[in-house]
Design a protein around this ligand. Structure first.
Ligand SMILES: Cc1cc2nc3c(=O)[nH]c(=O)nc-3n(C[C@H](O)[C@H](O)[C@H](O)COP(=O)(O)OP(=O)(O)OC[C@H]3O[C@@H](n4cnc5c(N)ncnc54)[C@H](O)[C@@H]3O)c2cc1C
Length: 560
């Protein structure tokens, strides 16, 4: 690390040098530095300089500059940022931050089956365009109103529709990326013969293909076994998905999706799109006890819902308490509409708030088809003794009321609870859903043991839960809870055959724990891959395989 004095001398020089080589804006203003020192995680890292790259040429020049000067100035690095909603510290760092939302925000082309888009485009804008073609990229996260498509690819994001369609990795057809040699490449699935051709090239790309191919072929069995046995995962590098020896297909988009900006810069994405479902309807199930949660989950899953979400009584209470804050993302009109729609439910809750709310959504070609699916599940839930709200006849807006609570719960916490801060460190655990009946009470025991004020919301069908405690980081007694609580939760999750992250990725919070999940051999392979692609470690240090718990804890957020 540079001393504060050395930084004072070097940093204006860094900004001046970058200004000389790029067309985009280069800023060291206090406003820019402060803004870019946070994402949605519990960490804080002050960048030296923020750049808004104008085009790929700017990016290439910056990569070449950093690569050339890294030996002289080891603190130099590049961290990409799109909308900055990363929950693990992926979008912050100490050196150069490249903000992609200002200039890399063009939707190049959209059709009913495919779209080409720049990474800084907000998902909400992208969806508006795809819907014009009755098409959807269905892996959008709960942060759909806030995040960009580049962040979704880099984190391999998922959301409510991932139960049916899988995560972002399933929708990436091609990527343009700038690698550590400062050149731009297209990544797409290649046949073995095409890989062989690449390997013969006597250049960075050829060497990369050779080293990666050798590594993946040699360690194929080990990697296959290492693949997490859950329906969604965003940890490590998904090496097991790159090389398919049966089909003889080698697909580096599978490695880059979910690599959290640690291997290179994504400059353009070609997405596969799906037809947008014509009709949908939901059954909202209110559980007044969790005694038969396991059977309820099994039963709901047997009806094959398109989405299956859930949240606990803490989330519901918070949604009611902080209701008017929904206006920040929804606007006043929608918020008032939501309030009116919720009134009948309040009457329902007069005998007490349910312990858990489940939302099972069904899709189909006609209202009748959807209605029948919802009715059948409704009957089963009544047989189980649970109250359920049938929303077949309501408008699309109305149907959203509990879904909005689920989607927005973390955002509410983040913005509204004044004296405490959200601490996402056990925010994305995933276990096979069959274990939930015994897993969830054990999880609640740990939460209570550490007196963590936390809501639980998530994707029931995938067994993927977001547990986000509220804490006062300024108190040592609170900070000291993080490590032991995280260790206990991780051990519990792994004991049940789960994964530490279903969709939020590793960053500074889970990166240091990767060996607990994968063991040293597989993490060793992850490190070799990082080394092949980024031998000087210029892309997003302190994340994933390069993360260090001490560094992470030293950089807990101090300013709010
Ligand atoms: C309220 C809330 C709810 C959320 N709900 C979900 C959810 O349901 N599911 C889910 O998966 N996530 C969720 N998240 C996490 C986050 O929103 C997603 O991971 C999102 O896709 C990140 O997008 P972004 O544009 O904000 O990315 P950023 O935060 O800007 O960046 C994310 C990561 O991608 C890298 N990156 C960004 N752009 C590039 C690029 N061009 N090239 C290479 N690397 C790049 C960054 O370095 C960083 O590591 C939630 C977050 C919040 C705040």
């Amino acid at each position: 690390m540079l001393s504060a004095y050395a930084k004072l001398i070097l940093m204006p020089k860094l900004a001046d040098e970058l200004k000389k080589i790029v067309d985009g804006e280069v800023s060291t203003s206090k406003k820019d530095i402060d803004f870019h020192s946070h994402d949605a995680s519990m960490f804080e890292l002050l960048p030296d300089v923020v750049v808004y790259p104008q085009d790929s040429d700017d990016l290439k020049k910056i990569v070449k500059y950093v690569s050339k000067n890294k030996a002289k100035n080891p603190g130099l690095s590049i961290t990409m940022r799109s909308a900055g909603t990363d929950m693990s510290g992926g979008a912050i760092n100490n050196s150069i931050i490249l903000n992609m939302t200002k200039h890399f925000n063009k939707i190049v082309e959209t059709g009913p089956k495919e779209a080409v888009v720049q990474p800084g485009v907000f998902y909400r804008d992208f969806e508006q365009e795809t819907l014009k073609h009755n098409a959807l990229m269905p892996s959008f996260p709960a942060s759909r109103e806030l995040c960009s498509v580049g962040g979704m690819v880099a984190n391999n994001s998922g959301g409510e529709k991932s139960l049916q369609y899988g995560k972002t990795e399933n929708f990436v057809r091609e990527l343009k990326v700038i690698l550590s040699d400062g050149n731009e490449y297209t990544l797409k699935p290649l046949q073995k013969t095409e890989v062989r051709k690449k390997i013969k090239q006597n250049d960075f790309e050829g060497k990369m293909y050779k080293n990666l191919f050798d590594l993946l072929e040699k360690n194929y069995e080990t990697l296959k076994k290492a693949k997490p046995k859950v329906s969604k995962d965003s940890t490590g590098y998904h090496l097991w998905n790159v090389w398919d020896p049966k089909k003889e297909v080698f697909d580096l988009t599978r490695l880059f999706t979910g690599s959290q900006g640690t291997l290179g810069i994504i400059t353009e994405i070609k997405f596969k799109l799906l037809p947008s479902p014509k009709e949908s309807g939901s059954l909202i199930i209110f559980l007044n006890h969790l005694d038969n949660l396991g059977e309820v989950i099994k039963k709901v899953m047997s009806h094959k819902p398109a989405t299956f979400e859930g949240f606990d009584n803490y989330t519901l209470n918070l949604g009611f308490k902080l209701f008017f804050n929904f206006r920040k993302t929804l606007g006043w009109r929608k918020t008032m509409q939501l309030g009116l729609q919720l009134l009948p439910s309040l009457v329902k809750f007069r005998r007490g708030i349910p312990k858990m709310v489940l939302i099972a959504e069904f899709t189909g070609n006609t209202d009748e088809e959807v209605g029948e699916k919802v009715r059948q599940l409704h009957k089963d839930m009544v047989d189980f003794g649970h109250d359920a709200l049938f929303e077949e006849d309501e408008t699309e807006d109305k149907e959203m009321k509990f879904r909005i609570m689920r989607r927005e719960s973390f955002n509410l916490l983040r913005n509204k609870v004044k004296d405490k801060h959200t601490a996402p460190f056990i925010d994305d655990l995933v276990v096979p859903p069959k274990h939930l009946p015994s897993f969830l009470p054990e999880l609640r025991q740990i939460i209570n043991k550490y007196k963590l004020l936390a809501t639980v919301a998530g994707h029931m069908g995938d067994g993927n839960f977001h547990v986000i405690p509220l804490m006062k980081f300024e108190l040592a007694s609170e900070r000291e809870k993080i490590e032991p609580a995280m260790r206990e939760v991780n051990e519990l999750v792994l004991r049940y055959g789960g994964s530490m992250s279903g969709e939020h990725n590793d960053g500074m919070s889970r990166g240091p724990w990767l060996e607990n999940q994968y063991g040293p051999e597989v993490v060793g392979l992850f490190r070799q891959v990082k080394d092949i692609l980024d031998p000087k470690n210029i892309f997003n240090p302190h994340k994933k395989t390069d993360a260090d718990w001490e560094f992470s804890m030293q950089n807990l957020r101090k300013h709010f």
